[in-house]
Design a protein around this ligand. Structure first.
Ligand code: HEM
Length: 511
């Protein structure tokens, strides 16, 4: 008979050697992978120049609250308004000539590139936001055609105003009775997600219905965008690539959340096919009518729209209201103009009326000049090139244009560039468009944002509807916002405000 203690001893040793072998194998795979990826990506992990050392040691935080403010400082001090961060292999520019060159003149030499599409690839697949070349050209053509239709503009106007009247205003009305503090950034993120989901998918996630738990789709979409963006913040992609391979940590969570988003989106497409889509007005149904049969491709196209149109609008609205609360004179001008154009106690009736609100438009543009929702945007150089300011760019280099810094350049906006002045956008009271390469907030050139008009209408509808009914007071009075790192500008501590109903009763404003 076998002695129990020797059996125990044997199984312990056996278990231990199994664990030991597994660990050893794991270590070898890890070393091999690191070596292999390092060879492929050839990152420069150390540089002795002052800028790189300040970056690596995070010393910029001694002087600046935000990384974008440090970059602005560096760009202002560069005679060409272009800098190169060696350790990131990133050329950053705030020079409009360079921006025009990369986004228009030599567009084909500055695609989004593989490093970017790798970061968002699992989430966005072959969606417009994440591809170059023929696939991009095809989607761009189809989407421009659909978004240019009068019927889709009317549809987006209808959705936005329904969301405002049925959800946003009642929510704010309820918090205006007490002394409640509400986070406007969170409110706008919920609002813009509901709006863009209805517009793109015909799906209502009801995020603004605060009494309901957030839908699985909304929670997973949020997590998938956040974790995908975090990949971009890791100094070297090796780290997340290894984690993805081993399906551990944040990569495991990312994988799970993407799976849920993709499953739900596919389910929606299947349902739409089953029940018919020809009489539906949302973007998905319109794309389905364009004879795209590949359901994964359809799913990817629409998810790109959700990502593009959600946090950007929420970010623009957040800084808009932060500035409104700090500039009561400008707020009063917005309200006077609204009374004049729309009529006292009259709501917004149609899309065209919005265009006549010149001062409001100027306020929105000025707000995005200083606080662009996308603070910087990168491309990758295909072949060696020389930018108009003489900067040499080696192939494979990341090239970033920086709208946040550009909004603070004296040679673009004059010596008062740091002041908030909506009037700079007006000529004799009428809104005046600046050169888009000086203001690439919606990008510019060949790949300019497709949702620009829609976003502007959405922002202005929210702005007017809220301001005419409520006064907004900041709960905290910091002088400058602190941003969280990410793809879209987000106030680190949210935007905490109190809202007070104005004397005019909301029911008196009739749509
Ligand atoms: C204030 C709001 C917005 C801002 C500041 C903004 C800004 C931008 C920027 C900078 C890009 C270029 C990104 C890149 O190529 O890396 C872009 C692309 C895009 N945006 Fe927007 N966007 C806004 C709202 C929207 C909305 C509401 C939609 C959807 C209806 C939308 C749809 C798109 C699409 C589809 C692209 C990709 C275009 C292409 O690659 O050809 N955007 N946007």
């Amino acid at each position: 008979m076998e002695c129990p203690s020797s059996w125990l001893h044997y199984s312990f040793l056996h278990g231990f050697s199994w664990f030991y072998n597994f660990f050893f194998l794991f270590l070898i795979i890890l070393i091999f992978l690191t070596f292999f990826i390092l060879r492929l990506t050839k990152p420069r992990i150390w540089c002795n120049c002052e800028i790189c050392k300040t970056y690596i040691e995070s010393r910029w935080t001694n002087q600046f609250s935000n990384l974008c403010d440090w970059y602005t400082h560096l760009l202002k001090n560069s005679p060409t308004r272009t800098i190169h961060i060696h350790v990131l292999n990133n050329t950053i520019t705030a020079n409009p000539d360079n921006v025009e060159y990369m986004l228009k003149t030599r567009f084909d030499n500055f695609p989004k590139g593989k490093p970017f599409s790798a970061i968002l690839g699992d989430f966005l697949g072959r969606g417009i936001f994440n591809v170059d070349g023929d696939s991009w050209r095809f989607q761009r053509k189809m989407a421009s055609l659909e978004l240019g239709r009068v019927s889709i503009r009317a549809y987006s106007f209808e959705i936005v105003n329904q969301e405002i009247n049925r959800r946003l205003l009642p929510l704010l009305q309820s918090v205006s009775y007490g002394n409640d503090v509400v986070d406007f950034q969170d409110v706008f993120r919920r609002f813009s997600f509901d709006s863009i989901c209805r517009f793109s998918f015909g799906l209502d996630p009801k995020c603004l219905e605060l009494q309901l738990p957030l839908s699985k789709f909304a929670v997973s979409f949020d997590l998938a965008s956040k974790l995908s963006a975090e990949r971009a913040m890791i100094a070297s992609p090796i780290v997340w690539k290894i984690k993805r391979l081993l399906n551990i940590g944040s990569e495991k969570k990312l994988h799970q959340s993407i799976r849920i988003v993709h499953l739900l989106a596919r389910e929606l497409i299947t349902q739409r096919r089953k029940h018919g889509f020809s009489d539906q007005k949302d973007l998905l149904s319109r794309f389905m009518s364009c004879d795209i049969d590949d359901e994964t491709y359809l799913r990817d196209i629409v998810i790109s729209f959700l990502l593009a149109g959600r946090d950007t609008v929420a970010s623009a609205l957040t800084s808009f209201f932060w500035l409104v609360a700090r500039h009561p004179d400008a707020e009063a001008t917005i309200l006077r103009e609204a009374d004049k154009v729309l009529g006292t106690n009259q709501g917004i009736k149609n899309y065209e009326q919005i265009r006549e609100l010149n001062y409001l438009n100027a306020f929105v543009y000025e707000s995005m000049r200083l606080y662009p929702p996308i603070q910087f945007d990168s491309k990758f150089c295909l072949d060696d090139d020389i930018l108009p300011d003489g900067s040499f760019v080696k192939r494979g280099t990341r090239v970033t244009y920086h709208p946040y810094a550009m909004g603070r350049m004296e040679e673009i906006w004059g010596s008062d560039c740091l002041d908030f002045k909506p009037e700079r956008w007006l000529r004799e009271g009428v809104f005046f468009h600046e050169n888009p390469f000086k203001f690439p907030v919606f990008q510019a050139g060949v790949r300019v944002c497709l949702g620009k008009e829609m976003a502007l209408v959405e922002i202005k509808c929210v702005a007017i509807s809220l301001l005419r009914r409520f006064r907004v007071e900041l709960a905290h009075t910091e002088n400058t916002p602190r941003f969280s790192p990410g793809l879209t500008a987000t106030f680190r501590d949210g935007l905490r405000v109190r809202v007070r109903a104005r004397s005019v009763n909301s029911s008196e404003l009739t749509n």
